[in-house]
Design a protein. Structure first.
Length: 399
């Protein structure tokens, strides 16, 4: 009888550069948030941005002791991204900026800020929702490999442009990686790589393709993942001259998979950018990643997903759920017990544990909020892994 061939499957993740219209909006929203937090760490900020053609709209709610020129901040960020040439359809100096920003609803504020018997501030969740965190031992960053690689390719593409190595590259761009996995859930090889980049009309397709393969892709991709069947696509449509908000409307929060785990792992649906940490759809997602990453780093599981369910105004999660997909060294219910002993999931504790009151968010608004090792983000640290491992060993002995 013929031996049955091992089943394989494919996982695809995409990323976009900081010049993508949606990411322009995310960065402006988080840049405004950072500016307020710098002046008043307890600022309440919920900013949404839309960019279309040469027009930008800033809307939302801000309650703060700080004073920020949001229009000037938006122009500064657009300039830093690279939209500086007039006549291209969108640029920092000539774009029209409309604003509609007001104070946070007192009904929401009442649920978020409370007081205990000692008069101390107690924070409740700024919204309801389910937030997920995920980690897997495929990469050093404990991120899914196709997601990690797509983000790194997009960032390198932007770095090459901004360092002046390619005057013919413009800010907008996308990447995509499809990876083959075996039945055991391990990455085997790269099926395909896509890099689409906005470019000058003066560069030939042949020269652009050669440049991207040699300067952008080769330095970022380990040859061991490539096979003779690996397909590499550079600007598959053949031309990408019009780009950014001049070509496509951008809106805050439309790249949820790019921001998180690249289609691997669940997403509760709440966007991050433009929201201060009292909004649990941001802070609890960071906490869930922090816990999941420490669980995997502790050797408790090869894969881990943490879900936190909140009710608006509630101080602690309604539910905390751990799923290790059958890779845990203990049943998931025991890992949940350990997690609850080691971490505090009160909203105020999440904010203080992860140092979320400080300005740091614009850096998260492109190339993913997770997997950014050694960039100063507390939720990417694995400082609790030793404690989790110790509690796990103690529980094994008493079972």
């Amino acid at each position: 009888m013929e031996k049955q061939k091992e089943r394989t499957y494919f996982v695809t993740s995409e990323s976009v550069t900081e010049g993508h219209p949606d990411k322009v909006c995310d960065q402006i929203a988080d840049g405004i948030l950072d500016a307020y937090l710098e002046q008043d760490p307890k600022s309440r900020v919920a900013v949404e941005v839309m960019a279309s053609a040469n027009t930008l709209m800033l809307a939302g709610e801000i309650t703060s002791r700080g004073q920020v020129d949001v229009v000037a901040k938006a122009r500064e960020i657009i300039r830093e991204i690279g939209y500086v040439e007039k006549g291209k359809g969108f640029d920092a100096d000539t774009c029209m900026i409309l604003t509609n920003i007001h104070n946070q609803s007192p009904d929401i504020s009442m649920g978020v800020t409370k007081g205990d018997e000692n008069g101390e501030e107690v924070l409740g969740g700024g919204d309801q929702g389910i937030m997920y965190g995920y980690a897997v031992d495929e990469t050093e960053s404990l991120m899914p490999m196709p997601c990690d690689l797509a983000n790194r390719l997009a960032q390198h593409l932007a770095d090459v442009r901004k360092k002046g190595k390619a005057h013919f590259l413009y800010p907008d761009g996308k990447t995509q990686v499809t990876m083959e996995y075996n039945e055991a859930g391990e990455p085997v090889s790269i099926r395909s790589i896509v890099v689409s980049t906005q470019h000058s009309p003066l560069i030939s397709r042949c020269m652009l393709e050669s440049f991207i393969k040699k300067i952008v892709i080769q330095p970022m991709v380990d040859p061991k993942w490539l096979t003779p069947e690996t397909r590499i696509y550079v600007n598959p449509t053949g031309r990408f001259v019009m780009g950014g908000p001049a070509a496509d409307t951008g809106v805050t929060g439309r790249k949820l998979m790019v921001d998180t785990y690249g289609t691997i792992g669940k997403h509760g649906g709440g966007a991050f950018s433009g929201k201060d940490p009292s909004k649990v759809d941001r802070s609890a997602a960071y906490m869930a990643r922090y816990v999941a990453k420490n669980v995997v780093a502790a050797g408790m599981a090869k894969r881990c997903e943490v879900a936190l369910a909140f009710v608006i105004g509630q101080v602690e999660p309604e539910a905390i759920t751990v799923n290790t997909f059958g890779t845990g060294k203990l049943p998931d219910r025991y890992i949940e017990e350990i997690v609850k002993k080691v971490f505090s999931f009160k909203v105020a504790d999440i904010i203080s544990q992860l140092d979320l009151r400080r300005p740091q968010y614009r850096k998260t608004a492109a190339y993913g909020h997770f997997g950014r090792v050694n960039q100063g983000f507390r939720w990417e640290e694995t400082d609790k892994a030793w404690l989790l491992a110790g509690v796990m060993e103690g529980m094994k002995k008493t079972r």
